[in-house]
Design a protein around this ligand. Structure first.
Ligand code: GDP
Ligand code: MG
Length: 313
């Protein structure tokens, strides 16, 4: 972080907003019935939609979701793995901003406004990080933290990013990022699994938004321990999948040329449109001393922003 440079708050700068962005929260679930009451209980009000993408749970997860929130949208994933669940959830979302939220109680829904503030402040993609000031984890094991650190370093070398937490699933982004992600939600049969369907999804998303030269801001986040049940992630197997994802995504061109249309985001008050704007936004966020604004807690890193891509239009 650079030294503080001023006292302007982000809220003062949102002068052209016509209305609030509609927020879709996408929650992947695999046997999370016992954890949903906690997670749903902490969701902010005024969400546009809550989408649960279920992986054929056998513990009553879907019934629990309906009973907790009659307006919940339940999507059954069409292949296997968390990555496929996210692809199906994104395809079903109708909001302006999409938030990725785990269902096990580890991600705190009360942080959603912090992510949204980063996006309305001008980022295309708000990336959660446990490893910057204001973030942390009481869930991650030492082995996973070690692996994440090295994978994160490798990603930064390969993609020119300055990420601090590659393998974290709490992110939010404007819907205009979806073409850059190029995720496939097609149905190839329930037992089918495609590249990106597993826990490598976060790495794929993080590398594609970097390749697409989107404006990325890291948002500090605290990860709590899963409340009930056990993690579905296998540290070594999935760690190697992440490593392989880095190699594959470095080699392929996915995300680089996809169209980005920020018209809707701008109409809703998002301000970034050029490299100069990004610099200005970074100064503003870092410079804020107003503890009432969530922007104060944001760690700003300019990732792949030397020349943020222009719009198609
Ligand atoms: N729909 C769906 N959700 C999954 C799948 N695997 C994991 N999840 C969900 O993804 C989130 C993170 O999974 P978790 O097992 O806690 O992994 P960890 O946080 O990396 O240890 C949780 O909400 C899980 O219920 C899956 O195959 N399908
Ligand atoms: Mg978890």
């Amino acid at each position: 972080m650079r030294p503080q440079q001023g006292t302007t708050t982000m809220t003062q700068t949102m002068t052209h907003r016509t209305s609030s962005p509609r927020i879709s929260v996408i929650i992947p679930t695999y046997n999370e019935a016992k954890n949903l009451p906690h997670v749903f209980g902490l969701l902010p009000e005024d969400l546009h939609e809550v989408i649960v993408v279920d992986g054929h749970s056998v513990d009553g997860t879907v019934d629990m979701a309906h009973s907790l929130r009659p307006d919940v949208v339940v999507v059954e994933q069409n292949r296997r793995g968390k990555g496929n669940a996210m692809a199906c959830g994104f395809a079903a979302a109708t909001g302006d901003i999409l938030v990725m939220l785990d269902a096990d109680g580890s991600a705190d829904p009360r942080e959603i406004p912090r992510f949204v503030a980063a996006l309305t402040g001008g980022a295309d993609f708000a990336k959660g990080t446990r490893f910057s000031r204001g973030g942390g984890s009481s869930d991650i094991t030492r082995t996973r933290a070690w692996g994440n650190r090295w994978l994160n370093r490798a990603a930064n070398v390969l993609f020119g990013t300055s990420y601090s937490d590659l393998c974290y699933g709490y992110n939010a982004f404007w819907a205009h990022c979806l073409p850059v992600l190029e995720l496939d939600a097609s149905d190839v049969g329930r037992n089918g699994k495609l590249w990106g369907d597993g826990f490598e999804i976060e790495t794929i998303i993080n590398t594609r938004v970097a390749k697409g030269k989107l404006v990325i801001i890291e948002v500090p986040s605290f990860e709590f321990p899963r409340i009930h049940g056990q993690s579905n992630l296998n540290t070594w197997r999935d760690g190697f999948r992440v490593l392989w994802a880095l190699v594959v995504e470095r080699a392929n061109g996915i995300g680089r040329a996809a169209p980005v249309d920020r018209t809707r985001a701008r109409a809703l008050g998002a301000t970034v449109s050029s490299a100069a704007d990004v610099e200005h936004m970074a100064d503003r966020v870092e410079g804020s001393r107003d503890l009432d604004t969530l922007a104060e807690l944001m760690a700003v890193s300019r990732i792949g922003m030397a020349e943020p891509r222009g719009d198609v239009a």
